[in-house]
Design a protein around this ligand. Structure first.
Ligand SMILES: CC(C)(COP(=O)(O)OP(=O)(O)OC[C@H]1O[C@@H](n2cnc3c(N)ncnc32)[C@H](O)[C@@H]1OP(=O)(O)O)[C@@H](O)C(=O)NCCC(=O)NCCS
Length: 190
């Protein structure tokens, strides 16, 4: 059974839905223009969305577009302009959390970083965000710096870095990706 969900590159047409989700999830959300800049004008940006695929494509193009705006449940971004690469965002719709989608999105950008030839990847995370930190630790991220009052509300950020080189790392990504895909398919089938 094929999964009705997929992770695919973010397109211009996804920006409104991604922005709406961003506003819902983050305390200091990016403005929509940030996504426009990243997705449409930064050739070194690699953004992906988690979407549910419609069972059947409606005949009307208008209806197709309208429904499309409700089908995005998560997203992730990687900037590869510099080495190390930088994971700029990661989020899953609150109702979809705890089922491995966040991990699958993270694996997607880490695999993309490897494909591009990056050797290290960084990201910032709120000091209080232990759920995300736990996910990042699973993939070798370690604290490299604490950025004091980094966020607008005064909270500190932890700058994390992971060395993604090595055959074992690559293997871990492939194995986990396969395991999570099988899990999602079996949950849907049950
Ligand atoms: C962080 C986030 C993307 C995780 O997405 P998710 O789909 O719920 O996570 P997954 O189900 O893939 O879980 C992967 C790992 O995350 C951690 N995790 C997820 N939910 C957790 C919870 N409730 N308690 C503790 N750890 C948790 C665990 O390490 C888990 O691995 P495990 O299953 O082996 O225990 C999601 O919580 C989110 O969107 N949060 C708000 C936005 C955010 O904080 N983004 C990160 C910005 S740096």
């Amino acid at each position: 059974m094929a999964s009705p969900y997929r992770i695919r590159p973010m397109k211009g047409g996804d920006i409104a839905a991604v922005s709406a989700l961003e506003q819902e999830i983050f305390r200091d959300p990016w403005p929509q223009t940030a996504y426009i800049q990243e997705v449409l004008f930064n050739s070194e940006a690699h953004y992906f969305v988690l979407e549910s695929r419609p069972v059947q494509r409606p005949a009307s193009r208008w209806l197709w577009k309208k429904r499309a705006s409700r089908r995005i449940y998560g997203f992730v971004g990687l900037r590869a302009n510099l080495e190390p690469g930088h994971i700029s965002t990661l989020a899953v719709h609150p109702a979809w959390r705890g089922h491995g989608w966040g991990e699958l999105l993270l694996i997607t950008v880490l695999a993309e970083a490897l494909e591009i030839g990056l050797t290290n990847v960084t990201l910032e995370v709120r000091a209080s965000n232990w759920i995300a930190q736990s996910l990042y630790r699973k993939y070798g991220f370690q604290v490299s710096e604490r950025k004091s009052h980094y966020y607008r509300d005064g909270e500190d950020a932890l700058l994390l870095i992971a060395d993604i080189t090595g055959a074992r790392y690559r293997e871990q990504l492939a194995t986990q990706r396969q395991r999570l895909r099988e899990k999602h398919v079996s949950v849907l089938a049950s």
